[in-house]
Design a protein around this ligand. Structure first.
Ligand SMILES: [Cu+2]
Length: 152
C-alpha cells in the first residue's frame, strides 16, 4: 500500500509543475544586465498568468520598471511606474497581454538595450488543458487506471 501511494505521489510530482506557475530567471545566469538580447531570451518561452519573472542584478547597478509599449520604444520612464530596486525583483504575471520592462538606470535602456518585452497568455490551468498532448494525457489516464486496479 505504501508503495502504491509512493507511485501516485511520484506521478503527481511529475504533473504538478505544469499546473503551478513557473519562475523565469530573466537572462538566465546572466541576470538583468546591459548588452544582453532579452528578445532572444524570451523567444520560444511561454509566459502564463501566475508565472513569475525574476530579475537579478548587483545592488544599485540596475532597476526594473514596468512600462507601456510607447515608453518601451523610447526608453522613456513615465511617472507613476513603480521602480523595483531590490536586486532580486520578483514580478508575478497577474494579467494576460503584452508586458514591457526596462532598466531605469542611466542610459542602460537606450544604449545598453536593457529591455524586455513578453506576451503573457491566459492562466496555466486552461493553457495546460489546451496544450497537453492528447497522447500524453491518454498515457497518464492509462497509468492511473492501472494504479486503481492495483490498489483494489
Ligand atoms: Cu541597468
Amino acid at each position: 500500500m505504501a508503495f502504491t501511494q509512493f507511485i501516485v505521489l511520484a506521478i503527481v510530482a511529475i504533473l504538478f509543475p505544469s499546473i503551478m506557475g513557473m519562475d523565469f530567471m530573466v537572462g538566465d545566469d546572466k541576470g538583468w544586465t546591459t548588452n544582453f538580447d532579452y528578445q532572444a531570451w524570451a523567444k520560444g518561452k511561454e509566459f502564463h498568468v501566475g508565472d513569475n519573472l525574476v530579475f537579478k542584478y548587483p545592488v544599485e547597478a540596475h532597476s526594473v520598471i514596468k512600462v507601456n509599449g510607447t515608453s518601451f520604444q523610447q526608453c522613456a520612464i513615465s511617472a507613476g511606474n513603480g521602480t523595483l530596486t531590490s536586486r532580486n525583483d520578483v514580478i508575478t504575471l497577474a494579467t494576460s497581454g503584452n508586458k514591457w520592462y526596462i532598466c531605469g538606470v542611466a542610459k542602460h535602456c537606450e544604449v545598453g538595450n536593457q529591455k524586455l518585452f513578453i506576451m503573457v497568455s491566459e492562466d496555466n490551468s486552461s493553457a495546460v488543458r489546451g496544450s497537453i498532448e492528447p497522447l500524453y494525457y491518454g498515457w497518464m489516464m492509462a497509468i492511473f487506471g492501472i494504479l486503481m486496479m492495483v490498489m483494489v
